[in-house]
Write a protein that binds this ligand. Structure first.
Ligand SMILES: N[C@@H](CCC(=O)N[C@@H](CS)C(=O)NCC(=O)O)C(=O)O
Length: 222
C-alpha cells in the first residue's frame, strides 16, 4: 500500500486515509467488495508522519476513515461513506435493492455509528470529555461507556439479527455487516457478543472469514 501526501485522489482512484486496526478497515472492505480502484495513505492520530500530516490537511477532525473520491470530494463518517459507496455502486449489494431491507440497513449503519462508534470515542479519548485533573471521574466515565457500549451491542443484536441468517444482509453481506464486524472488534465487544449474543457473534466471525474480505481483515488484525 502506497504511502504519500496527496490531498486529493487522482488517476480516477479513491484515496483512503487509514490505519491498521482502525475503522478504515470497513471502508477498505467496502472498496474491495465493490472492486473500485483505491489507494491507501497510512496515518492516524496515533501514527504521526507524512500520511497523518496529509490527513490533517484534508479533514478537520483528523480521523480515519477519510475517503477522497476521484473528483476530490472529501468524505468522513463511516456510515456516510458506506452509504455513498452503496448508492454509487448499486450492483455491489452494499445497500439492498429492496426498499424495506435498505431502510433497515440504513437504520443499522446509523445506529452503529451514532451509538457504538461514538461510545468508543469516549473510551479511547476520555480526556476530550474530562480533564486529566479529574482522573477518578475519567476512569468512571471509561468504565461506564464500556458497559453502555456492550448494552448497545445487545440492543443491536436483538434489533438486526434475523433468525439464523448467515449475515445481517441475509445470504450475502451488505454494508451493515462490514461496519458491525469492524466496530465490534474494539473495547471487548467481540468477547461480550460471544458470551451474550452468540448469533451476532457467529455472523461477525463468519464475515471475518469471507473469502473476499478475509485478506483485508487479516491485514488489519494479524
Ligand atoms: N464518526 C467517525 C469516527 C471515526 C473515528 O473515531 N476514527 C478513529 C479511529 S477508528 C480516529 O481516527 N480516532 C482518532 C481521533 O479521534 O483523534 C466515523 O464514524 O467514521
Amino acid at each position: 500500500m502506497a504511502a504519500g501526501t496527496p490531498k486529493a485522489a487522482d488517476g480516477g482512484s479513491h484515496l483512503l486515509y487509514g490505519a491498521r486496526g482502525s475503522g478504515s478497515a470497513a471502508i477498505e472492505a467496502a472498496l474491495t467488495w465493490t472492486g473500485v480502484p483505491f489507494r491507501i495513505v497510512e496515518g492516524a492520530t496515533w501514527e504521526p508522519g507524512e500520511g497523518f500530516e496529509a490527513l490533517k490537511a484534508t479533514s478537520r477532525l483528523h480521523q480515519v476513515p477519510t475517503l477522497v473520491l476521484p473528483d476530490g470530494t472529501v468524505m468522513t463518517e463511516s456510515a456516510a461513506i458506506l452509504i455513498h459507496l452503496g448508492l454509487a455502486h448499486p450492483a455491489s449489494g452494499l445497500l439492498p435493492a429492496d426498499a424495506p431491507r435498505r431502510a433497515r440497513a440504513l437504520r443499522g449503519l446509523v445506529y452503529v455509528a451514532a451509538n457504538c462508534y461514538a461510545a468508543i470515542g469516549v473510551i479511547d479519548y476520555p480526556e476530550r470529555w474530562l480533564p486529566a485533573s479529574r482522573k477518578p471521574a475519567r476512569d468512571a466515565l471509561v468504565a461506564g461507556a464500556r458497559e453502555r457500549l456492550h448494552a448497545l451491542w445487545s440492543v443491536f443484536a436483538e434489533t438486526f439479527v434475523e433468525g439464523d441468517a448467515r449475515y445481517l444482509g441475509g445470504e450475502a453481506p451488505d454494508a451493515l455487516d462490514l461496519l458491525a464486524a469492524v466496530v465490534s472488534k474494539w473495547s471487548g465487544a467481540r468477547a461480550y457478543l460471544k458470551a451474550k449474543q452468540p448469533a451476532l457473534s457467529a455472523i461477525v466471525e463468519r464475515l471475518d472469514q469471507h473469502p473476499k474480505l478475509q485478506p483485508v481483515f487479516a491485514r488489519h488484525w494479524s
